[in-house]
Design a protein around this ligand. Structure first.
Ligand SMILES: Nc1ncnc2c1ncn2[C@@H]1O[C@H](COP(=O)(O)OP(=O)(O)OP(=O)(O)O)[C@@H](O)[C@H]1O
Ligand SMILES: Cc1cn([C@H]2C[C@H](O)[C@@H](COP(=O)(O)O)O2)c(=O)[nH]c1=O
Length: 214
């Protein structure tokens, strides 16, 4: 099995990251045991979870776009030094729900701050550490938001409530990044049934980890 490996999951709202990750963890845990570390952004440690609370209240809190970009980046830095790097150094497989591509798509694209600007501030934070593999679950914004609204009424946050055009720009930016970095970012059609999305993700991850088919 190839290790260590840093894998990230990306996608617009309602793409199914949480559901797919849950299924994948159930499959991987018996194989990898303690060698599997699953985490999320923003979050994954107390400081970054505290930043998450500031970033994701349910109502608009008047946060400036650049402040938002810097806070996501600061949370990422702490996550990197406290969780991701120590795990990779111990030869563990790290799977993170979101990482730097989220900032490029949401703040660079959706917020209109520019992908290059967001890349610059993130360079300082991530110090060159990019994932080995990124699974991008692609879903049209209307469908993703409808899923979120139908299923997660209690947890709809500030960003979920942005205009449809914001979410459409986030998706278009992800698609552009995927085309540009197609060796690293693999796209999965998340309009398919959840079972098919899980199967497609399973194939990519098991191949990356070099786990033989049963
Ligand atoms: N392929 C799918 N087909 C139908 N429903 C789906 C599919 N994937 C996810 N869902 C449903 O959509 C809702 C949102 O899914 P989930 O929470 O996994 O998405 P997410 O990408 O983690 O969302 P967010 O990033 O906005 O939190 C859930 O109720 C889930 O059951
Ligand atoms: C890391 C990161 C996240 N976001 C946004 C994207 C989502 O709206 C939330 C995270 O919620 P999830 O249910 O855990 O997916 O935060 C962002 O705008 N920029 C980022 O860098």
């Amino acid at each position: 099995m190839k290790k260590p490996l840093f894998i990230t999951f990306e996608g617009p709202e309602g793409a199914g990251k949480t559901s797919v990750l849950q299924a994948l963890i159930e499959e991987l845990k018996p194989i990898l045991g303690d060698d599997l570390v699953t985490t999320r952004e923003p979050g994954g440690n107390p400081i970054s979870e505290a930043i998450r609370d500031i970033l994701q209240p349910t109502e608009d809190n008047g946060m400036d776009g650049r402040t938002e970009a810097l806070l996501y980046t600061a949370a990422r830095r702490q996550h990197l030094v406290e969780v991701i790097l120590p795990a990779l150094e111990k030869n563990k497989v790290v799977i993170s729900d979101r990482y730097v591509d989220s900032s490029l798509a949401y703040q660079g694209g959706g917020r209109g701050l520019g992908v290059e600007n967001i890349w610059q501030i993130n360079q300082f934070a991530i110090d060159g550490l990019l994932p080995d593999l990124t699974i991008y679950l692609d879903v049209p914004s209307e469908l993703g938001l409808a899923r979120v609204k139908a299923n997660r009424q209690s947890k709809i946050d500030r960003l979920d409530k942005e205009a449809l055009s914001f979410h459409q720009t986030v998706r278009q930016t992800y698609l552009k990044l995927q085309r540009e970095f197609s060796d690293r970012i693999k796209i999965i059609d998340a309009t398919q049934s959840l079972e098919k999305v899980i199967d497609d993700t399973h194939a990519l991850i098991f191949n990356a980890l070099d786990i033989p088919k049963e």
